[in-house]
Design a protein around this ligand. Structure first.
Ligand code: NAP
Length: 251
């Protein structure tokens, strides 16, 4: 039997990351559930173990180089060298440009861009050693522009450039690098957006669903399914792509 691969999913305590962690464990990978608060990862890890999978909860901050170093070392020691990485951790600090603080700009750049850079760099030796790697970066439909999200849309567009460049650099090492750009996905992040805009969540969902070609908003499992494909062994000839998971064409 082939050796079990180890995946790291960041921001996996809840939402899209949790769905990805559970899906990859179901696909047969050992999964490190990484999030800021280790205790918050317990439910995801229990669900994976209850379904017969292998998982480890790791508290870590993707924007902090020391924390990234210890996170990846711990995963390698306790689960196996990570050759699959899903850079999913994310935050929003929405505001119109004239009201956006430098802290809100830098916090968003820190988690999305610096986080993806640090995590990918830290996992790269294991991927090169194995001659195999899969990196998936969580971009967003907001990369195309979204009012109130100058920081977030810049970071998400930046992740697309990061993805394409790494696909070129790492392809010769057997590593594919792709991005997923979700549209509206029902999670705590979109609940917070509805609140900020002064909508009841159900009204917000209905308003969005009406504009989406498949006439529904997305669920975390929609993104997990796409991730499962991109990290699969058979997807080795797909690299540098941005897959919009948005119920219709974006981009
Ligand atoms: P979510 O429910 O807010 O979950 C994000 C998770 O990331 C949280 O558990 C959060 O922890 C964690 N996190 C934040 N900063 C971190 C850090 N520095 N290090 C480690 N973990 C950190 O968000 P989601 O909706 O599932 O979104 C997941 C990803 O998809 C994000 O990159 C988001 O930008 C992207 N996305 C979402 C949508 C959508 O419609 N929901 C659409 C497009 C793209 P705390 O709770 O402790 O902060």
């Amino acid at each position: 039997m082939a050796e079990q691969r180890t995946a790291i999913v960041t921001g996996a305590a809840r939402g899209i990351g949790r769905a990805i962690a559970e899906r990859l464990a179901g696909d047969g990978l050992a999964v490190a559930v990484v999030d800021l608060d280790e205790a918050a990862c317990a439910d995801a890890v229990s669900a994976i173990r209850a379904a017969g999978g292998r998982a480890l909860a790791v508290g870590g901050d993707v924007a902090d180089p020391d924390s990234v170093g210890t996170t990846v070392e711990r995963v390698a020691a306790e689960l196996g060298a990570p050759t699959v990485l899903v850079n999913n951790a994310g935050i929003i600090r929405d505001n119109l440009l004239h009201k956006m603080s430098l802290d809100d700009w830098e916090a968003v750049m820190g988690v999305h861009l610096r986080g993806a850079f640090l995590m990918t760099q830290a996992c790269l030796p294991a991927m090169r050693e194995a001659g195999f790697g899969r990196v998936v970066n969580m971009s967003s439909g907001s990369a195309l522009g979204n009012r109130g999200q100058a920081n977030y849309s810049s970071a998400k567009a930046g992740l697309q450039g990061f993805t394409k460049t790494l696909a070129i650099e790492l392809g010769p090492s057997g590593v594919t690098v792709n991005a997923i750009a979700p549209g509206f996905i029902q999670t705590e992040m979109t609940v917070a957006t509805a609140e900020r805009m002064g909508f009841e969540f159900d009204d917000f969902v209905a308003k969005y669903a009406d504009q989406i070609p498949v006439r529904r908003v997305g669920q975390p499992d929609d993104v997990a399914h796409a991730t499962s494909y991109l990290v699969s062994e058979g997807a080795g000839y797909v690299s540098g792509q941005v897959l919009y998971v948005a119920g219709g064409p974006l981009g």
